[in-house]
Ligand binder design. Structure first.
Ligand code: GLA
Length: 386
């Protein structure tokens, strides 16, 4: 992993090389891991993510024209340049659309942006389900707004980054990733009620650690599969006569089962039971109740695998391997949108060393995936770096 000081160095050098001067400021926004509450945000439910100690960082300086210029240092120095007035067309590359979309929606809200030059780099693994995209959107929003003398509330920053992803990139994602990236408080998880948009830091017992294992599996069709799940959830809510699945308790979904196809019933059952699990997880995290954490994460994974159908066999295998090695010292499940990426484990800190060592050796012995596991720290949301 590239550490923060190396990232600063890399960005500053790239800025000098691209624009022949020093950047004025550096801004950063982290990736996130979702602890529990998967596929609940766009159903207006509860989610419990935390920001992680991996981030996208942006160096900013002035530009003399009426343009935003940007260099993606990690993508072979790809460059973008667009004008701040007039139409803003979409680009072919996703990273450009995150930047363009954020600039566009800031202006749509009436903010006057100062022309800027950016270099962008990060250490959030791309496509691993740790929200490298959201961290790019939020970091861009913070950089462009602060450079223009605008102070935004973190939830407005999150909304702008989400709009950019929805409308410019074409992923119908919910608000969780951007909120976690923009609003998290160091050392805590962030409970977000995606109906009221209330948010609250949730303490994580000092006895617990968060370990993320990356399966190395990257899926390209994630956006279309994700969008399809969202459409199914909306259809289930419509059939059950509510605005969003959040408005139903598990018993109400059971009662309405006959009005749904089997697929829509299972999608709805996942969402409502997962929201109920978030409610229970809040206390379990605070008190470090390992048995309860273990049960909730097991139930969450099974529900995502069998009812929501967003897991894949190698991820299930990885979850099983880790669950076996953790035993009753914590829990593990897939995290993020699914179809590959990472699994998250919450476990007793004193079990970490042994579990991490066993994950890598057992994963390579018993399956064809190459998993690497590391401890991640719950971190602060978007911030000025220097
Ligand atoms: C992706 C989306 C989020 C959320 C998760 C699943 O990360 O961007 O909005 O829906 O999947 O919980």
């Amino acid at each position: 992993m590239i550490i923060r000081s190396m990232l600063i160095d890399r960005l500053t050098k790239a800025f000098r090389a691209a624009y022949g001067e020093e950047p004025v400021r550096l801004y950063a926004a982290p990736g996130r891991v979702n602890l529990i509450g998967e596929h609940c945000d766009y159903n207006q439910g509860l989610v419990l993510p935390c920001a992680i100690d991996r981030e996208t960082m942006i160096a900013v300086g002035d530009s003399d024209g009426n343009h935003i210029e940007a260099v993606a240092v990690d993508l072979n120095g790809q460059r973008d340049r667009f004008t701040l007035s007039g139409e803003l067309p979409k680009a072919a590359e996703d990273w450009k659309n995150h930047v363009r979309g954020v600039a566009y929606f800031l202006q749509q809200r009436g903010h006057v942006l100062r022309p800027a030059r950016l270099t962008i780099a990060g250490n959030v693994p791309i496509g691993a389900g740790l929200s490298s995209s959201a961290s790019l959107g939020v970091a861009t929003g913070l950089a462009l707004s602060r450079h223009s003398g605008i102070e935004l509330d973190c939830s407005e920053l999150a909304t702008i980054a989400q709009q950019a992803e929805n409308d410019f990139v074409g992923c119908a994602c919910g608000i969780m990733d951007q909120m976690a990236s923009a609003c998290s408080v160091a050392g805590t998880a962030l409970l977000i009620d995606c109906k009221t948009m209330d948010r609250q830091p949730v303490a994580i017992s000092a006895t617990l650690s968060i370990v993320i294992a990356d399966s190395g599996i990257r899926r390209t069709l994630t956006e279309s599969l994700f969008n399809a799940r969202r459409v199914e959830c909306e259809a289930a809510a419509r059939h059950l006569g509510v605005e969003a699945l959040r408005d139903l308790k598990p018993a109400a979904v059971e009662a309405g089962r006959k009005s749904l196809t089997d697929t829509l019933y299972r999608r709805a059952r996942h969402v409502v039971t997962e929201i109920a699990r978030v409610e229970v997880a809040i206390d379990a995290l605070k008190t470090g109740d390992l048995k309860l954490i273990s049960r909730l994460m097991r139930q969450s994974h099974r529900s995502l695998r069998d009812d929501f159908e967003v897991s894949i066999p190698p991820i299930d295998q990885l979850v099983d391997i880790i669950a076996e090695s953790i035993g009753d010292r914590g829990g593990v499940r897939m995290t993020g949108a699914g179809f590959g990426g990472c699994v998250v484990a919450i476990m007793a800190t004193d079990a970490v060393e042994e579990v991490v060592a066993s994950i890598e050796s057992r994963a390579s012995e018993t399956s064809d995936i190459k998993a690497s596991a590391e401890v991640y720290m719950p971190s602060q949301g978007a911030q000025i770096v220097g």
